[in-house]
Design a protein around this ligand. Structure first.
Ligand code: ZN
Length: 480
């Protein structure tokens, strides 16, 4: 795919990312006087809203029901599941006062909602006949992150946390739900053109309180892995902690089974990062707040161009696209191109005297920067085609990038070179023993992301740490 250079995008990604968020007016970060908390600006909020709408649609059409739980979680609720609280304890914000009075019960700002929803489910659900139930909410969560915070990637207030919580009458049904959740997230990422690898997180890095965790990771332009979604089989850990039992088909009583799964602002961070280039955002048309920008040349209000512009508007109106006519008369066309390219608008139409005379528009695509002359009456079809091609192009380019960033290595040395070059994810044969993986994490100074999911055998391979026969692959990367 031709298009703008991606030199700066790759070489200096953190600065590129900060620049795009600020100058494209997506997210104002680092100026609001609470560390780790940023402000969605109007343009960014519209991007966010379209991602949220997509997510809601995918969940609603698979039988998930939206709910809204309180922000505050009483201490005793959060402490009910012991591993869970150990996992989150260091990151919880506590509300200790109401006005001038100290509260009897400390209240946590939710770091996630497994405990709150399990408590409510134990009141709502008595019988297997009511199952499965699938709830979700899209809310803010709060975590007192001690690592360096980063806009949309590591926040203390995560503002777009979609958490789903499900209840089942058997382990098998919970396992089926894990598969459904993975499918929903695949559809979400596929719709946004975001490439991913799916791993089963190592035992020592699973969600606090889960039987196991399946995670979606992608590789950012700087070669670091970013977790963009997780799915947990919670088993009966939380229902036991809450003494939540239901009646089963055979009249016996048992603890139901649960899953939970989440995605966050990181989906939007990835959407912005993975498709961008040195000129700024490149948005898929389905998400772009403005799909088409019309730039009159030299400016609006001049005789034949003005008359012709109103015809162009009509065509765009009838085609049902989200468009904007940039008729600011204090900016030259070149400055307008720069402005809308930075904001990732998929298609630009230039309309001048020549176009008015010929009954055409000059159409420029943001992804390839290619220009073409289109007859006005053919514009709706041309736009439809361009939108489809842009989505396909962005997705293909992103997957190609990810594939170039995942490598298999047979030796520690080979793995280390890949990690040190910040080239992405490396897969190394693994014997299945925790100590070997932990040792390699230290030697590579990288994080073990887990084993491929579904599981991939490593026939004939040996663990480079202990020399034993490998049973599968373990993935390592520098990570956010
Ligand atoms: Zn080993």
């Amino acid at each position: 795919m031709s298009g703008a250079s991606r030199e700066r995008w790759q070489r200096d990604f953190p600065r590129w990312f900060d620049w795009v968020l600020r100058d494209a007016e997506v997210y104002d970060y680092g100026r609001y006087p609470v560390k780790g908390m940023g402000v969605w600006m109007p343009y960014g909020f519209q991007i966010r809203r379209r991602v949220v709408e997509l997510l809601r649609r995918l969940l609603d059409e698979t039988g998930h029901e939206e709910v809204l739980l309180p922000l505050l979680v009483p201490e005793q609720l959060l402490r009910r599941e012991s591993e869970h609280v150990r996992g989150f304890e260091g990151e919880v914000y506590w509300v200790t006062h109401g006005g001038r009075e100290e509260l009897d019960v400390k209240l946590a700002l939710r770091p996630t909602s497994e405990t709150s929803i399990t408590f409510m489910e134990s009141l709502w659900i008595q019988s297997y006949r009511q199952l499965p139930r699938k709830f979700y909410q899209i809310v803010s969560i709060f975590r007192y992150e001690t690592k360096a915070t980063r806009p949309l990637i590591r926040l203390r207030e995560v503002t777009t946390f979609k958490e789903a919580h499900t209840v089942h009458d058997s382990f098998e049904d919970a396992e089926r739900q894990v598969l459904e959740a993975v499918e929903v997230y695949k559809r979400l990422f596929d719709s946004l053109g975001i490439p991913y690898i799916i791993s089963r997180r190592p035992e020592w890095d699973k969600f606090a309180g889960a039987l196991y965790t399946i995670a979606f990771d992608t590789v950012m332009p700087d070669g670091r892995a970013l977790q963009i979604g997780t799915v947990h089989n919670l088993g009966q850990n939380f229902t036991k902690a809450f003494d939540f039992k239901i009646q089963l088909a055979d009249e016996s009583h048992d603890y139901p089974w649960q899953t939970s799964y989440g995605v966050s602002d990181r989906v939007i961070a990835t959407l912005i990062s993975i498709h961008g280039d040195d000129r700024g955002l490149v948005l898929p048309p389905s998400i772009a707040p403005v799909q088409v920008v019309v730039v009159p040349i030299p400016a609006a209000g001049e005789g034949e161009v003005a008359g012709y512009l109103s015809r162009v508007r009509e065509v765009l109106e009838d085609a049902g696209v989200r468009y904007r006519v940039d008729d600011r008369d204090d900016l030259r066309p070149g400055a307008k191109y720069y402005y809308w390219e930075l904001r990732g608008v998929p298609v630009r139409l230039e309309v001048g005297a020549r176009e008015a005379r010929e009954g055409t528009v000059t159409m420029a695509r943001r992804d390839t920067l290619e220009k073409a002359s289109v007859r006005l009456e053919e514009l709706p079809q041309a736009l439809e085609k361009a939108f489809r091609e842009i989505e396909e192009n962005l997705k293909a380019r992103a997957w190609e990038y990810l594939k170039s960033r995942v490598k298999r290595a047979r030796s520690v040395e080979e793995a280390r070179e890949w990690i040190q070059a910040r080239a992405g994810v490396v897969e190394v044969p693994w014997c299945g023993r925790e100590e070997c993986a932990v040792k390699l994490e230290e030697e590579l100074d990288a994080r073990a992301l887990g084993t491929p999911w579904p599981r991939e055998p490593a026939d004939g391979e040996r663990c480079p740490v202990c020399g034993a026969r490998a049973v599968t692959w373990m993935r390592y990367a520098k990570s956010y």
